[in-house]
Design a protein around this ligand. Structure first.
Ligand SMILES: Nc1ncnc2c1ncn2[C@@H]1O[C@H](COP(=O)(O)OP(=O)(O)OP(=O)(O)O)[C@@H](O)[C@H]1O
Length: 254
């Protein structure tokens, strides 16, 4: 069996009396794309936030390549190989598409975040950034400000930033949300390509069943914050848990 890159062990968060993520234990292995599904409010985004460090756990552990990162900051987890699709609000909307990608590559090589002028002199960083932009079909937008991009192109840039970061664990939260039918396949093809890097693992929160069917090697189902099912797509999709969750019926038995 391939190497476990990410593991949550009894991961829990409570908001007041409400348990949003309830003792979720799960291991994510190299070479695997895991779709995380469940009804609205099931705890998917909160589980992502706990893994990436946006919120602190009430109990349990997050391990990244065997190391306990539960108490580490978002930035520290990122440096250790955990990559979550960037929230564009946290980026530099007034810088160009190319400059944004170049900053990620520069930071990855630990040359500092604040060296834009030097970076422009670094041809190799520009070349690497352009290669990423070509991969996501955004090279013709290289000089556009991020704030000027269409929604679909902003989502593509999110994927570009993640590819530039080159993490061991890729985390995507509904990567095609709000994209047109023309634009979505580009992003889905990119994620499919990333699966070929068999030493990485990919986590995908997704509602669209056709996307899950195309991409997932494994599905985990969250319900009321707890792990309700975990297995191969065909098996999980046929299970009562998923049938009932997606038919909107109650899941008292889970
Ligand atoms: N900061 C918070 N404070 C209080 N409650 C929260 C907070 N964040 C999330 N919750 C609650 O935790 C539960 C899980 O929410 P979460 O957004 O993780 O669900 P989800 O499965 O991602 O849903 P969706 O599919 O609608 O995005 C919900 O009941 C939500 O109201």
């Amino acid at each position: 069996m391939s190497q476990t890159l990410l593991e949550t062990d009894g991961l829990t968060v409570r908001f007041g009396g409400h348990v949003a993520v309830d003792a979720v234990s799960c291991a994510f292995r190299a070479g695997e794309l895991t779709a995380i599904v469940g009804p609205n409010g099931a705890g998917k985004t909160t589980y992502f936030n706990l893994i990436s460090g946006q919120i602190a756990a009430s109990a349990g552990r997050v391990r990244l390549m065997g190391e306990d990162v539960t108490r580490l900051s978002v930035a520290e987890r990122c440096r250790r190989g955990l990559g979550r699709a960037f929230q564009l609000t946290n980026l530099f909307p007034d810088l160009s598409v190319l400059e944004n990608v170049r900053l990620v590559i520069q930071a990855r090589h630990r040359k500092g975040f604040n060296l834009l002028s030097m970076a422009s002199g670094h041809a190799e960083i520009t070349t690497a950034a352009m290669a990423v932009l070509e991969r996501v079909r955004l090279s013709d937008r290289r000089d556009h400000k991020v704030s000027e991009l269409s929604h679909g192109n902003q989502r593509k840039l999110e994927v570009a930033m993640l590819i530039a970061l080159d993490p061991m664990v890729y985390m995507f939260d509904e990567p095609t949300a709000g994209m047109s039918v023309d634009e979505a396949p580009v992003v889905l093809d990119l994620i499919a390509e990333l699966k070929h890097d068999s030493d990485r693992t990919i986590l995908l929160v997704e509602h669209k069943m056709d996307v899950i069917r195309t991409l997932a090697d494994r599905i985990i189902v969250l319900h009321n914050g707890a792990l309700a099912a975990d297995g191969a797509p065909a098996e999980v999709m046929a299970s009562d848990v998923v049938q009932e969750a997606y038919m909107g019926k109650a899941l008292e038995d889970v």
